[in-house]
Design a protein around this ligand. Structure first.
Ligand SMILES: Nc1ncnc2c1ncn2[C@@H]1O[C@H](COP(=O)(O)OP(=O)(O)OP(=O)(O)O)[C@@H](O)[C@H]1O
Ligand SMILES: [Mg+2]
Length: 285
């Protein structure tokens, strides 16, 4: 039994790629091990194609790890029982909220219905289409919308919201679900700087207030350093950095991003990283 909220050990993911006359294997996540304590906010960094989204999909059970090796344990409960998902996997998934870059909302439905759907396993698709929710469920959803600053938009169609507002709906949905672990895959990549800041403030403020644990993949180092005390860095599927976000020196960023490092370093999306406490060991120290 692990004391960490998230504990992953020796996790790999291989994809089969098929071309015209031959098939090949591609290792997208390569023997990754790390753990995250309850209440931590951790940035997941790495160049395009380094395996960030694949790792996040493994951590929310949307992809299966390569069999016979590795483990994913959330709050002491294991995803896998040998090669197969544990019989408890549905309950474990309920404790994990996911926010994606694409907003994943149903545009024709109002905001509150979008928050309620997907959180209530006792509802059928018909219940959702006909908006058959109890008063208590509606009140709980409204409270979550209030927390992300969207109370007034509750009965507006989701398609009429701005990108930043839609992303906050996704956060409200994770809140209603009661998620202990929140995974966010580039939640602000499609947003302008002002909307991005609002979403990040909500995401980090709430996870801190509610004691949730956050793993967020980001392309902007400055955002990672502003909000996260710790960063994980991936390159070609491998975890090559685990340490303070503020310790990401030019040399370490070059190790992570190769030729694109300069563009990443000069990014001024958000300013003045805040001071962070000492943490962890550096894999590449
Ligand atoms: N279903 C799949 N089948 C085959 N290859 C895949 C699949 N999913 C991802 N890959 C490959 O795995 C590698 C890692 O992809 P992934 O999407 O995890 O990268 P990423 O770090 O999230 O990149 P980005 O920053 O561009 O979002 C890529 O080379 C990608 O083409
Ligand atoms: Mg990705």
């Amino acid at each position: 039994m692990s004391a960490s909220l998230l504990d992953i050990r020796h996790v790999s993911k291989t994809f089969n790629s098929h071309s015209l006359n031959r098939s090949a294997k591609f290792l997208a996540v390569d023997n990754v091990t790390f753990s995250i304590e309850k209440g931590e906010s951790v940035a997941l960094l790495g160049a395009s194609g380094s395996g960030k989204s694949t790792l996040i999909r493994l951590l929310c059970g949307l992809e299966k790890i390569d069999s016979d090796q590795g483990s994913i344990i959330v709050n002491g409960r294991s995803f896998y029982n040998g090669k197969n998902y544990s019989p408890d996997i549905r309950n474990i998934r309920k404790t994990i909220g996911v926010v994606f870059q694409q907003f994943n909302l149903v545009g024709q439905l109002d905001v509150i219905t979008n928050v309620l759907m997907g959180c209530l396993s006792n509802k059928s698709a018909l219940d959702i289409m006909l908006k058959r929710f109890t008063e208590a469920e509606r009140v709980a959803a409204l409270e979550c919308l209030d927390k992300v600053g969207l109370g007034p938009q509750a009965y507006q169609r989701a398609s009429t919201l701005s990108g930043g507002q839609q992303q906050r709906v996704a956060v409200a949905r994770a809140l209603l679900k009661g998620s202990e672990l929140l995974l966010a895959d580039e939640p602000v990549a499609s947003l302008d700087p002002t909307s991005a800041k609002k979403v990040m403030d909500v995401l980090f403020g709430l996870t801190k207030d509610l004691g949730m644990t956050l793993l967020v993949s980001l392309h902007q180092i400055s955002i990672a350093q502003t909000y996260c005390h710790r960063a994980l860095g991936m390159r070609k599927g491998r975890l090559i950095y685990d340490g303070l976000a503020s310790d990401l020196s030019a040399q370490r960023l070059e190790n992570l991003y190769g030729a694109d490092a300069e563009e990443i370093i000069t990014d001024t999306y958000l300013t003045s990283p805040r001071p962070v406490e000492q943490f962890s060991t550096l894999i590449d120290a």
